[in-house]
Design a protein around this ligand. Structure first.
Ligand code: ADP
Ligand code: MG
Length: 572
C-alpha cells in the first residue's frame, strides 16, 4: 500500500461525517475491512462479552511500516485515497481514515503490526484517543488489533446496546457477510472462547452454499449476467427455500455488503408469483459496477449506496433474476423423510436394482385410467420434464410419471396457471378471444357496481367479456373469454365485478381481472377429469412460461423422487 498521509482538509470535508463506531459489530466491520484491504488471506475474529470486553481481529495482510503506525490513529489518515478524484473511484473498503481513530477514541486499542520485510513488529496502545505506549515486539507478519473496554468513556452509548448475546449475533452477521463476499479468504470466528464459525478458502459457490443453504448448492440457482455498466452474479434460493423473514438475503455492491431496498425489491420482484405473500427468498447477489456510477460515501458506515441510474438498474436486476428463475427446473421435491429404522436398507437382505424410469415400458396404471397414456413431450415444453399421465387422485391431483419419479400436479393450481398465461398473452396481443353465449345472461348489480362496469367496458372487452347496461340495476352478459371453462358465466362475471371493486390501482386492474377470471374458470379440486382432459392439462402446463406455481405462489407440481419412494419401502 502507499504511505499513510493525512488528507487535505478539502478532501476530509467531502467525506460523510458521522459516527463510525456505534456498536461493537461496527468496530468489527471496520477492522475486518482493514484486513481485507491489507490483502489478508486469513482473518480471525474473536469477541468476548458481546464485543465490549474484547474484540480481536488478526490478519496475515501487508502490515503497517513501523514509522507510520502512530499516523494510522490520526483522523483522516489513510493510505487509500489522496485526492477527490480518488474518492470517486474507491475500490478499497476504507477510504476515510476514520476507523482506527474512532475506535481508539472510545476504547483501548492495541495494534501490533509487522510488514513482511521488517524484523520485528511494532505495537501501539491508544486509549481514549491518547497514545499510551509504542514498543517493539516479536510477532508474525500481519496485523492484530485488540479493542478492550469499548465505550468505557461513553456510558450513554452503552445504553443503546442490546444484550451481549444480541451484540454477539450482530458481530457474527458482519463476519458472515464478509465471508460471503470473500471466499478466497479463510475466516475464523471465536465467540466467548468457542469457535462459532470456520470458513476455509473455498470457491464462491461453496462459500455461499455453506453460509446460506447448509452446504447444499443444489438449492441455489446461479446468476451471472451483464447489465448496463456492470455485472450481476450470485445465487438465488429455490422458492421452496423461502423464509418468513428476510434473514437469508445478502446483497453486495462491489463486494461491499449493503442495505439497498432498491436491489432487494428488484430481486423480490423477480420472484413475483413464485412465492406466496409473506415469504422471502434467500439469495446472495453481487452487483459489480464501475465505482464511478456508485456513491458509497452517503452513509457513515457505508451500509447504503446510491446509484446513478436507479430505475434502469431496478428493471435490469428484476428481469435478470426472473429469467434465471424461469430458466431452471423448479419442481419441488417432497422433503426427505427420516431414515429407515436401523437394520433395514442396505443390509443386503433386500436385493433391488430399481426400475429405470421412462424406459421400462408402461408401469401399471394407478387410478382413473385403464389404458396406458401416450407420453407427452411437446416441442414447446422448455422446462417441465417429460411427463406421462397416470390418472387422477381424489379428483384433485393428477399423477404422472417422469424422470425424477412420481409427480403430483394440483389440477386447480395448474389450470389456473394455464388460463392466466393464456389471458395475459391475449392481452399482450390486443384482446382475448370471446365466446358468445347462446342466450345472454343478466346479472343484478348495485349502483356502485354499475358505475364500475360502465366505466370499464373497454377493459372488460379486452379480456373477452361482452357486457352492456340493461336498465339501471342490471347488466347483460353476451360473451365471456373463450377459455372453455364449464363454470356458470354469470357467477364468473359477479366475481369479476367484485374484483373490480377491490382493486384500487387502476394500472393493475387488468391483471387482477385476469387472475380472477383464471381462478373462477379453472377446474376445481374435486372435479372429475376425463383422460384426455388430464393429458391436455399436462400438455398445456408444459407450454406455460412458469409451470411451477400458480399466481398465488402455491406450487402446481411436486415430485416424489424415486429415491424417496425406495426409502419409504425400505428398498435401499
Ligand atoms: P481507512 O481504512 O479508511 O484508510 P483506518 O483508520 O481504518 O482508515 O486505517 C488507517 C490506515 O491504517 C489505513 O489506511 C491503512 O494504511 C492502515 N491499516 C489499518 N488497519 C490495517 C491492517 N489490518 N493492515 C494493514 N494496514 C492497516
Ligand atoms: Mg478502514
Amino acid at each position: 500500500m502507499s504511505p499513510i498521509r493525512v488528507l487535505d482538509r478539502s478532501v476530509a470535508e467531502r467525506i460523510a461525517a458521522g459516527e463510525v463506531v456505534d456498536r461493537p459489530a461496527s468496530a468489527v466491520k471496520e477492522l475486518v475491512e482493514n484486513s481485507l484491504d491489507a490483502g489478508a488471506r486469513t482473518i480471525g475474529v474473536e469477541a468476548e462479552g458481546g464485543g465490549l470486553r474484547l474484540i480481536r481481529v488478526t490478519d496475515d495482510g501487508c502490515g503497517i511500516p513501523a514509522a507510520e503506525v502512530p499516523l494510522a490513529f490520526e483522523r483522516f489518515a489513510t493510505s487509500k485515497v489522496a485526492t477527490i478524484e480518488d474518492l470517486c473511484a474507491v475500490r478499497s473498503f476504507g477510504f476515510r481514515g476514520e476507523a482506527l481513530p474512532s475506535i481508539a477514541a472510545v476504547g483501548r486499542v492495541t495494534l501490533t503490526t509487522r510488514t513482511p520485510d521488517a524484523g520485528e513488529a511494532a505495537r501501539i496502545v491508544v486509549r481514549g484517543g491518547v497514545t499510551e505506549s509504542l514498543t517493539v515486539h516479536g510477532a508474525p507478519p500481519g496485523t492484530t488489533v485488540e479493542v478492550a473496554t469499548l465505550f468505557f468513556n461513553t456510558p450513554a452509548r452503552l445504553k443503546f446496546l442490546k444484550s451481549p448475546a444480541r451484540e454477539q449475533a450482530l458481530i457474527a452477521d458482519v463476519v458472515q457477510r464478509a465471508a460471503m463476499a470473500h471466499p478466497e479468504v479463510t475466516f475464523r470466528l471465536v465467540l466467548d472462547g468457542r469457535e462459532a464459525g470456520y470458513w476455509p478458502r473455498a470457491s464462491a459457490e461453496a462459500r455461499v452454499a455453506d453460509l446460506l443453504a447448509g452446504g447444499d448448492a443444489r438449492v441455489m440457482i446461479r446468476l451471472d449476467e451483464e447489465l448496463p455498466g456492470g455485472r450481476l452474479t450470485g445465487w438465488l434460493g429455490r422458492p421452496e427455500r423461502s423464509r418468513p423473514h428476510r434473514t437469508g438475503q445478502y446483497i453486495f455492491v462491489n463486494r461491499r455488503p449493503v442495505h439497498s431496498s432498491l436491489l432487494r425489491k428488484a430481486a423480490e420482484q423477480g420472484y413475483a408469483q413464485l412465492l406466496p405473500a409473506g415469504r422471502f427468498p434467500i439469495l446472495a447477489v453481487f452487483l459489480d459496477l464501475d465505482p464511478a456510477s456508485v456513491d458509497v460515501n452517503v452513509h457513515p458506515r457505508k451500509l447504503e449506496v446510491r446509484f446513478r441510474d436507479e430505475s434502469n438498474l431496478f428493471g435490469a436486476v428484476a428481469r435478470i433474476v426472473r429469467a434465471a428463475l424461469l430458466a431452471s427446473p423448479l419442481v419441488r421435491a417432497v422433503p426427505a423423510s427420516p431414515l429407515p429404522p436401523a437394520g433395514a436398507g442396505s443390509s443386503g437382505v433386500i436385493e433391488y436394482a430399481g426400475p429405470r424410469l421412462m424406459d421400462s415400458g408402461p408401469l401399471p396404471l394407478v387410478v382413473g385410467t385403464r389404458e396406458p397414456q401416450p407420453e407427452y413431450s411437446p416441442a414447446a415444453a422448455r422446462l417441465l420434464p417429460t411427463l406421462r399421465p397416470l390418472g387422477q387422485f381424489l379428483n384433485t391431483y393428477v399423477l404422472a410419471e417422469g424422470p425424477e419419479g412420481l409427480y403430483l400436479i394440483d389440477q386447480h393450481a395448474a389450470h389456473e396457471r394455464v388460463l392466466y398465461e393464456r389471458l395475459m398473452s391475449g392481452l399482450r396481443r390486443g384482446r382475448v378471444a370471446s365466446q358468445g353465449l347462446a342466450v345472454p345472461l343478466t346479472v343484478d348489480v348495485t349502483p356502485a357496481q354499475m358505475a364500475l362496469v360502465t366505466g370499464h367496458l373497454d377493459r372488460l372487452g379486452m379480456l373477452g367479456y361482452q357486457v352492456e347496461a340493461f336498465g339501471s340495476r342490471t347488466v347483460l352478459l353476451r360473451a365471456v373469454p373463450a377459455l372453455g371453462g364449464g363454470n356458470p358465466p354469470d357467477a364468473l362475471l359477479r366475481r369479476v365485478i367484485g374484483a373490480m371493486a377491490e382493486e384500487a390501482e387502476e394500472d393493475r386492474l387488468l391483471e387482477r381481472l385476469a387472475i380472477t377470471t383464471a381462478c373462477h374458470t379453472a377446474v376445481r379440486a374435486g372435479d372429475r377429469l376425463a383422460q384426455e382432459a388430464v393429458a391436455a392439462l399436462l400438455a398445456d402446463l408444459a407450454t406455460t412460461e412458469d409451470p411451477y406455481t400458480c399466481f398465488h405462489g402455491r406450487p402446481t407440481i411436486v415430485a416424489v423422487p424415486l429415491r424417496q419412494l425406495e426409502r419409504w419401502f425400505l428398498r435401499e
